[in-house]
Design a protein around this ligand. Sequence first.
Ligand code: TXA
Ligand code: MG
Length: 312
Amino acid sequence: MKNNLSNIKKAKIILDKHDCIAIPTETVYGLAANAYSNNAVKKIFKLKKRPKHNPLIVHYSNLGDLKKDCHINDNFLKIFKKFSPGPITYILNLKKNSKISKLVTNKKKTLAVRFPKHTLTKKLLNLLNYPLAAPSANISSRVSCVCSKDVKNEFGNKIKFVLDGGRSLIGLESTIISLTGKPKILRLGGLEPSKINKLLKKNLKLKLIASKNFFPGQMKLHYSPGIPLRLNVSKPKNNEAYLLLKKKGKYNKNFYYLSNKGNLKEVAKNLYYTLRKIKKLKFKSIAVEKIKNQGIGKTINDRLLRASKYHG
Ligand code: TXA
Ligand code: MG
């Protein structure tokens, strides 16, 4: 506990100097910097090798702060009250007098905002007098990191500090909902659209593939472990790492179980962690067992499908 507090203070000192650090969230780790500072935001793009046209998510700890930067509406308030803090990102209209750096949004008039639930990051946000721009803490187009060790491996000594908050509980990124017009889902994630449908009493449209590939989270190839990945495999090849839903059959050293008994939440939590582990072990390819397209299984399949577009 004492350690956490001194780490949060250390994080604040670095952020106040307009540098980037990694922060834990319940979805995945984020590469964070002062969203009001051009200098700080520039460092995120550089470190992540992120194309400048790809806007960032800004993280807040409370509604009052958000209202300084964005226009809110009834749909937002309804969803916010029920599901934030948590694994959901809202696209809202930016206020004209907002202090958000133009580099965050690539001069667009909308902003992606999120209220993370992780205790350390909530505490950190409460100490700061600016919100945190934070994309997932990985080099662009790769698999997100769900633990501090993976972030350190990803960036080496280029990253000044990683606030260690243990393994991310959800293990997949947030769901993105656009609320600037008719509500629609832009990215599947940790919160199932069916839960939002129930709350709003309507069937939200899914718009998961961008026209002109504008938003990379919607790109056909993304979330890639950097080696080929095959889906719906019942017989893996020799030397292939094989990801299975649950423990069964004889032990095989190339088999990796994503859960004990097939619980999809557990599968989600272990997916990116296991993909990174397999890559480190120098496997040349990955085969994945069929995963039920239900609940969070839809997000898992969305990510696996995009990862499977990698062909070396
Ligand atoms: O769980 C998460 O959302 C994590 C944690 C760290 O919060 N963050 C994350 O950020 O996944 P990132 O940058 O890896 O993915 C954000 C996605 C990108 O695909 C980006 O194009 C999209 O959000 N995005 C950002 N601003 C947008 C906007 N104004 N309109 C539509 N999409 C936007
Ligand atoms: Mg990302």
